[in-house]
Design a protein around this ligand. Sequence first.
Ligand SMILES: CC(C)(COP(=O)(O)OP(=O)(O)OC[C@H]1O[C@@H](n2cnc3c(N)ncnc32)[C@H](O)[C@@H]1OP(=O)(O)O)[C@@H](O)C(=O)NCCC(=O)NCCS
Length: 196
Amino acid sequence: MTDLSALFDPFPVLTTERLILRQMTMADVPAIQVLISDPRVMRYMGKDPTDDIQASVEKVERNQRNFKALTEIRWALTLKADSDSLFLGDVSLHHINTYDSHAELGYALGHDHWGKGLMNEAIQAVLGFGFGPLGMHRIEANIDIENARSKAVLERNGFQYDGSLRERFRVVNGYADEHYFSILQREWQARQSASG
Ligand SMILES: CC(C)(COP(=O)(O)OP(=O)(O)OC[C@H]1O[C@@H](n2cnc3c(N)ncnc32)[C@H](O)[C@@H]1OP(=O)(O)O)[C@@H](O)C(=O)NCCC(=O)NCCS
């Protein structure tokens, strides 16, 4: 099993062509508040939009707790070109299970930044970390199937549909089926080899 404590300290900053994926901090709270108060972003996230600043503070605190417990890494997406390193959104590997070697992928991006391929770029880096140093066998994501953008980003990254669990996910007006997608380490490796 992978020794996570060495991988988590220092925080594993990732870089891509356009992005730096860094640790989330309390300085990100105002930008997180913009993200989680936007109904377009929160529509399929299972939480109502809120502009209560405490919810953003708790998001950072929860992440810090889970990071310390070695069960979650949540990266803030920032543009390399932005010297202020402003938080645009986040991507996570959470519910990290080193016995069965699987983790769950989560992500959300500010609406102004949709349609530029930024989350796609971030997810490629996170999969590289998850299947590389973190040694995961399987990375999964579960979505509301109506969330077409989320489904598209998963499929672009080679995730396959596993199946669904009925009404497991709270949405604004009730419950929705949770649809599971996953990619296995060997599938990710094959895609890496194919892309040269
Ligand atoms: C899910 C979410 C992150 C997807 O964002 P996105 O910007 O659509 O995703 P990508 O980064 O893959 O970008 C793909 C888009 O960028 C375009 N694009 C532009 N330049 C690109 C590039 N260099 N590379 C790839 N795509 C590029 C693609 O054509 C595509 O646009 P289209 O869908 O309009 O055709 C975003 O919709 C979101 O944050 N939603 C709210 C939170 C949420 O639902 N999270 C998931 C919960 S399970």
